[in-house]
Design a protein around this ligand. Structure first.
Ligand SMILES: CC(C)(COP(=O)(O)OP(=O)(O)OC[C@H]1O[C@@H](n2cnc3c(N)ncnc32)[C@H](O)[C@@H]1OP(=O)(O)O)[C@@H](O)C(=O)NCCC(=O)NCCS
Length: 172
C-alpha cells in the first residue's frame, strides 16, 4: 500500500468529490453501465463503503457496496451485497489502494451472517486476491448487457446460491 494512505468511511466524504473521482476512473457514460441498473434506487451501504485518502488529504480511491437481490424462478428474492465500483485515480493505480479498499469492505461484512457478494469485474483480479468466481453465475441474468465471464460471486457456502435468477435492487 502507498505511504500514508488512510481509509475512512465513505459517508465522511463530500458526495460531489466521490462523483468527480468516479468520473476520472471510469469512461464517460458510466451511468449507463448495467451495474447501475442492478442497484437502481438503492443507497450504498455506509458500513461497507470506504474512501482512501493520501498523505496530502486528497481523495484517491473509493469503494461502494449496495443491497441487491437475486430473484429466482419462483419469485423468491435472495439478498446479496453488490461490491463496486472500486475506483482509484489513474495516477495512483498499481500502488495497492484498490486492494486495500476491497479488503476493508470484505472485512467489514458481518461474519455471523455474511451475504453472498456479487460484482461485475475482471475475474483475474478479483479471483486472485479475494476468491470471486464466475463458476456459479452461469444461469444468472442482469437488467442490461454484460460480459458473462465478468459476473462474479464470492460466498462461503456456494451450495445455497440459486442456479438461475435475475439480479436487481433489494426491495426488502
Ligand atoms: C481496478 C482498480 C480498482 C485496481 O486498483 P489499483 O489500486 O490500481 O490496484 P492494486 O494496486 O490494489 O492491485 C495491484 C495488483 O492487481 C493487479 N491488477 C490491477 N487491476 C487488474 C485487472 N483489471 N486485472 C488483473 N489484474 C489487475 C495489478 O497487476 C497488481 O498485481 P501485482 O500486485 O501482482 O503487481 C483500478 O485500476 C481502477 O480504478 N480502475 C478503473 C476503474 C475500474 O475499472 N474499476 C473496476 C470495476 S468496478
Amino acid at each position: 500500500m502507498s505511504d500514508a494512505l488512510t481509509l475512512i468511511p465513505l459517508d465522511n466524504v463530500d458526495p460531489a468529490l466521490v462523483e468527480a473521482l468516479l468520473d476520472r476512473a471510469f469512461e464517460p457514460g458510466r451511468h449507463q453501465r448495467t451495474a447501475y441498473k442492478v442497484r437502481e434506487g438503492m443507497d450504498w451501504l455506509p458500513g461497507l463503503s470506504f474512501a482512501a485518502i493520501d498523505g496530502q488529504e486528497h481523495l484517491v480511491g473509493t469503494i461502494q457496496c449496495w443491497p441487491v437481490a437475486l430473484t429466482d424462478g419462483a419469485g423468491r428474492a435472495h439478498p446479496m451485497i453488490m461490491v463496486g465500483p472500486v475506483a482509484v485515480l489513474p495516477e495512483h493505480q498499481g500502488a495497492g489502494i484498490g486492494k486495500a479498499l476491497m479488503s476493508a469492505s470484505l472485512s467489514a461484512l458481518d461474519p455471523r451472517a455474511p451475504l453472498p457478494q456479487v460484482m461485475i469485474g475482471d475475474p483475474e483480479y478479483y479471483g486472485r486476491f479475494w476468491g470471486f468466481t464466475n463458476a456459479f453465475t452461469g444461469g444468472w441474468d442482469l437488467p442490461g448487457p454484460f460480459e458473462r465471464h465478468r459476473l462474479l460471486v464470492r460466498c462461503d457456502e456456494p451450495a445455497v446460491l440459486p442456479k438461475q435468477g435475475v439480479l436487481g435492487p433489494w426491495k426488502g
